[in-house]
Design a protein around this ligand. Sequence first.
Ligand SMILES: *Cc1c(COP(=O)(O)O)cnc(C)c1O
Length: 956
Amino acid sequence: MNQRLQAPLSQWDTHTDFAARHIGPAAADEAHMLQVIGQSSRHALMQAVVPASIALQHPMDLPPAATEAEALQELKSIACRNRILKSFIGQGYYGTHTPGVIQRNILENPAWYTAYTPYQAEISQGRLEALLNFQTMVCDLTAMPIANASMLDEATAAAEAMALAQRSARSQSTVFVVHPDVHPQTLEVLRTRAAPMGWQICVPDTHEAFFTALQTPHFGALVQYPSSTGAIHDWQEAASLCHAQQALLVVAADLLALTLLTPPGEWGADIVVGSSQRFGMPMGAGGPHAAFMACQDTYKRSLPGRLVGVSLDAEGAPALRLALQTREQHIRREKATSNICTAQVLPAVVASMYAVYHGPDGLRAMAQRIASLTAALALGLEALGHRLVHDTAFDTITISVPGHALNIATRAVLTGVNLRKVSESELGISLDETSTAADVALLLRLFGSPSAPAVDTHTAARIPASLQRSSTYLNHPVFHRYRSETAMLRYIRSLADKDLALDRCMIPLGSCTMKLNATSEMLPITWPEFAHIHPFAPADQQQGYALLDQQLRQWLCSITGYADVSLQPNAGSQGEYAGLLAIRAWHAARGDSQRTVCLIPASAHGTNPASAQMCGMRVVVVACDAHGNIDMADLQAKCEAHSHELACIMVTYPSTHGVFEDSIRALCEVVHQHGGRVYVDGANMNALVGLAAPGAFGGDVSHLNLHKTFCIPHGGGGPGVGPVCVVQDLAPFLPGHATAGRPAAVGAVSAAPYGNASVLPISWMYIRMMGAAGLRHATEAAILNANYISTRLKAHYPTLYTGPDGLVAHECILDLRPLKDSSGVTAEDVAKRLIDYGFHAPTLSFPVPGTLMVEPTESEPLQELDRFIDAMIAIREEIRRIESGAWPREDNPLKNAPHTAAQLLREHWLHPYSRAEAAAQSQLAHKYWPPVARIDNVHGDRNLLCTCPMPDAYLS
Ligand SMILES: *Cc1c(COP(=O)(O)O)cnc(C)c1O
């Protein structure tokens, strides 16, 4: 018998009100569930499941749990340390008015923010339509044929574009040329990403030198349109020079400016990236915002990120789904070209709705107003005798004030205004949707106007005649139909109604931890003190964020057992990347730069090898044994074979097979003996919090997914936060942010210094309200719920991998593979049939093909667990009818699932099962009607269409 968890834990078992609301099963439910599992107490269950060798011996060092009201009050006092000034800093972040109808009905609406990534397309038609609108908007504004939805931020989008250029260009060069006037944070992230790949970033000193550099070999180039300091350059020649070198031109463009400027697709751009922040998402100290990437048709099959496409359902009706899925789902392991997984879906939905709300006329009028105000400001400054650095402008001007830049900027802050300090001698001003004539007057006074000048809001814009846009955009009816708020409200509601999110049913997705996103945790994200902060505002205006960052990092250290944490990475994949960079830099600093081998078990999530590849590491796969555990003999052999080149191992703990491996400490020791470091993927941290800490059982680095374990909602596929946690000797290699005044050995991995800063309050609230005892109870309840499901379903669907005593961790893999032979039914058929029963499917075919991985989380109450189990058993009974021959293998409720209302209401019913059976009548109280029947993925991939199809009436 294995030695398992020993310490008496009962003294930790007290907790406050909030934990009882967060955790689904009440005490009486728990007693019943334990009886079903055959365990005498929750504590006994933990002793049986968690290896004693890793069990924490002390409670986590966290402040005592606060009530919802107390936590909100405390967080408010932190928020109030931020100071909201009017920001004219620009540099990729602008003031914007979030339309109320969008803020309340999308950003603050659980029907939108608790949805999962739309892998199950039939229950995701609403958000898929919103994302198709996003892609259409980006394609129209950039004049590019194809765009994804979405990227993490503009800087990482530019880095992904660089990588796309490198693998697509015919040029053999390793040089990437960057125009000197791009956003500094973009350049910083490019440098971080290029270094491990051995690519050289070339930044010529001047505009002229840039064109000279383009005449030498390079694989790609990046320009900004308009430039970071505001110039509107004609880049047509740059495109020609790139193409002459067999290189690709990447353009970072501003979507609002493109309503007035000739779009990049009309002058030769190959890839266009940018941020949609100013389309309705508050600055939020840097995120979350949706970035985008658009490219020419030739490159569409190597475009990173998610792509929504139009296909057909089983009835031949148009239906949406993620296109080219094999590429994304598996991220192609070591052949991966990108690791982006969780993206920025909710912000992309907001941006697309902002375009639907304003329409092309509204957006153009807004851009014109900004351009006129900017021109009026420029004229006024010139009249005061100031020299402007550029004679063209959209929303940004740069003023030459040698010797006075600091003075004026300081004076500006005293009057409540932030300007951009471009250099010692230059100041930048960017206007936006929120700017007024009064603001322009105020700015002119700052620059020496003796009295408040009159501002002509119709001043001619400083856009060169040759670059004024003549083509139309956003012609699709979706951008015209919803001008009244009534129509807009109903459109948003109608899309939400098509989708299944956590506000309707459990989403038992293994590895994804779809737990409660409590309303009290969500309330702070739209507080003005968090929302209206520019990421590059002076530090003394961001003291609230600094304190939030510091407290949250300290708590995460206590929880994980690590010494330091960075919250900069915008998703788990980015945390992996940052963690591997730290390991790489640590080896290099010790003169061991030959250590580039990264061991990864066969069962790993696809992002692991993808991240390793992006760090220039060589992936070596370690085998798993018949029980799903890492094969220790193979590990030993691989460590010996690569002893001199071993950089690290990446393991997920508990494993993606849903069990606590006893050998984890031994595994860490073997790798350490050979000079390697241990990366523990923290995606399954929901099975560990309060019970064991990776930093204490041998891990050197982990990333967490705050959008899994720490309650940030999934948003339909983002935003996320992927903190990277390290032991002491790796702390100097956490990502820095020179642009924000924090240089470090490893550069920035995100555009913004605190990453997706404005969603950090969610995780802060969760930890603050749960306290150490509540968090540990949550972990135990998650393990209890998983074991309850595994036990009750054992006779119907065996759990593939278990630990000693037949128990699992916080998730279980149901083995459906034998059903294929006995009935022809696949795991996918069961996933689709669950839709008829009103459920979101578990994780399909990961990590084992032909299986369903169920993770109920602690938040699901017993009655919902039972409803799910009963549905699974009812489906098993249906499969038995196929097995017995009562229903044919090709025509049965599983093969035809899901069933739409339209199918069931049709005059003629030609199936061997009844309409009532088709509708899963027993579940009528919870009935969800899918808007489409099963979707044909192959048709959509053969006929790739990734923008809103024009209704016939508009084509003629
Ligand atoms: C979710 C997950 C990831 C990726 O995290 P993202 O936030 O989607 O980038 C990595 N590893 C495992 C095991 C995961 O479950």
